[in-house]
Write a protein that binds this ligand. Structure first.
Ligand code: AMP
Length: 490
């Protein structure tokens, strides 16, 4: 996705904030995968695709827009014949919203067909792409999935799994990858487990079983699958008619799961790495209330992202929780719109002030994050216009000071409000009477640790700390110097 400092846009590099579903041995593989993709719609709204296999042939559908717009037409589902499927929802950034980038990607090899879909971001994709182009590989898209396809194509190993391992040893990044061959469904999680991938199972009345690989448990719930386990960091699972086989080709490192999945990205009804996201958000809100209490009459969430943490804040502070801002559900996420002007407009379309709750009141607004500051500024203005006496903003994440290079959409660092301003300056810029973010240690405490530095596991929190756990080779310039935005500390 679009989070980058100077180069990714310039290099036409892809940043993928996505959701994936893979299904093995299900009589309604396409329809059931479409349901799973529907549950993962929050992970990507710009395009969706699916590849199925019917025992002898592959079938595919790739389209722009939402899951419902694509698979609502039963002819599409009928065309996706077979008992095995992989599907993908994708969010893309400006300029890259084209059909050729819609995943899964598919290619024919001497060993047969292979479809690949992934969530995340390779940090050496630009370097690998250049090397592959020099060797004669013709790229059809700008998605990192195609890097995997070419690396698999040129590998000297024989089996698909050996070729995949060969490819994985060359890529650097944060990814959850699913692949479908004629004989197997394959899932891979990056060596630090930054992006999520889980295994589920459906037990059928006739004693047969289906296997599911997907990004979040909410996709299992909708299709009636039970959660089996998280795929381990660096693990490859190969699912075929003989069951599930696990391969661990990497040396083991301490996991660094993305903390932003808890804060914003995952759906609140998902259980992530054993912890319900909803509970995590409420606990973060309670910790935020302990850290940055202020006298007020009412706690108001910025819907929907601020709701669970505002509930936690209200319960801890004893101040009543009210819906002072109403969200229009028929508008997509504002952040998802690619240009600044539309994003501004989107905030107005999406939220309206509930005057009866706000007029004359001292209001604490709770949201999950401030990125560019667009949302907070508009919301504070709206709440004041509705007659609020005071507006205090509380944010359930630490200040977003650094861009993500691992699969969450954040803009280049220069556009991050917290990269350029102190908290006091930010309060003035968004027009709030006060502004506070949860501390780094407070966030870790809320997630069950003593503090950040001795947490086991530690999360990937690079967006809040600048501590990037996976190398960023693409961020090195032609002379081997690291690009300046990364060497600054904040
Ligand atoms: P901004 O308006 O740029 O400050 O963005 C902050 C708002 O965007 C908050 O209300 C968040 O809930 C939401 N947000 C934060 N990160 C993301 C993301 N990666 N994708 C979509 N929305 C986000």
């Amino acid at each position: 996705m679009d989070f980058a400092t100077t180069h990714p846009h310039d290099d036409d590099k892809m940043h993928e904030e996505c959701g994936v579903v893979g299904l093995w041995n299900h009589p309604d593989a396409a329809a059931v995968s479409a349901l799973g993709l529907h549950a993962l719609q929050h992970r990507g709204q710009e395009s969706t695709g699916m590849v199925t296999h019917d025992g002898s042939r592959f079938h595919s559908h790739r389209g722009m827009g939402l899951v419902g717009d694509n698979y609502g037409d039963e002819r599409v589902i009928r065309g996706l014949a077979g008992t095995r499927a992989i599907g993908h929802n994708r969010y893309a950034t400006t300029g890259d919203t084209v059909l050729r980038n819609v995943q899964p990607l598919y290619a024919d090899f001497e060993f047969g067909g292979l479809a690949v879909a992934h969530n995340g971001n390779l940090t050496n994709a630009t370097a690998l792409r250049r090397a592959l182009v020099r060797r004669g590989c013709l790229f059809q898209s700008t998605t990192d999935s195609e890097v995997f396809i070419h690396l698999i194509a040129i590998s000297l190993y024989t089996t698909v799994v050996d070729r995949l391992i060969d490819a994985l040893k060359q890529v650097i990044g944060a990814y959850a990858l699913i692949a479908l061959t004629e004989n197997a469904l394959i899932g891979v999680r990056d060596p630090l487990g930054v992006r999520p991938l889980i295994l589920g199972r459906v037990a059928h009345a006739d004693g047969s079983e289906s296997w599911v690989l997907t990004s979040e448990t909410c996709a299992l719930d909708i299709i009636g699958a039970e959660f089996v386990r998280d795929i381990e960091p660096g693990e490859i699972v190969v699912i075929d008619d003989s069951g599930v086989r696990s391969i661990k080709p990497f040396t083991r490192n301490a996991a660094r799961f993305c903390v932003f999945e808890y804060i914003y990205f995952a759906r609140p009804d998902s259980i992530v790495e054993g912890m319900p996201v909803y509970d995590a958000r409420k606990r973060i809100g309670a910790e935020l209330a302990r850290e940055s209490a202020v006298s007020a009459d009412v706690i108001v969430p910025v819907p929907d992202s601020g709701v669970p943490s505002a509930m936690g804040f209200a319960a801890e502070s004893g101040i009543p929780f009210e819906l002072g801002i109403i969200r229009n559900h028929y508008v997509g996420r504002t952040f998802i719109e690619p240009t600044d002007s539309i994003r501004h407009l989107g905030v107005k379309l999406k939220h309206s002030a509930n005057r009866s709750v706000l007029a004359g009141k001292r209001v604490i607004l709770v949201d999950d994050s401030i990125v560019r500051g667009t949302t907070s500024r508009k919301i504070v203005e709206m709440v004041r216009a509705a007659g609020a006496a005071e507006v205090h903003m509380r944010i359930s994440s630490p200040p977003t000071t650094h861009s993500c290079f691992y699969g969450i959409d954040t803009p280049e660092r220069g556009k991050l409000l917290a990269a350029r301003h102190s908290v006091e300056e930010m309060a003035a810029l968004i027009g709030a009477d006060s502004l506070a973010f949860i501390s780094r240690d407070g966030l870790y405490r809320a997630l069950g640790h003593v503090g950040r530095d001795d947490a086991k596991p530690q999360y990937c929190d690079a967006c809040f700390t600048g501590d990037y756990p996976i190398p960023l080779p693409d961020m090195v310039d032609g002379d081997g110097r690291q690009l300046s935005l990364l060497t600054e500390t904040n």
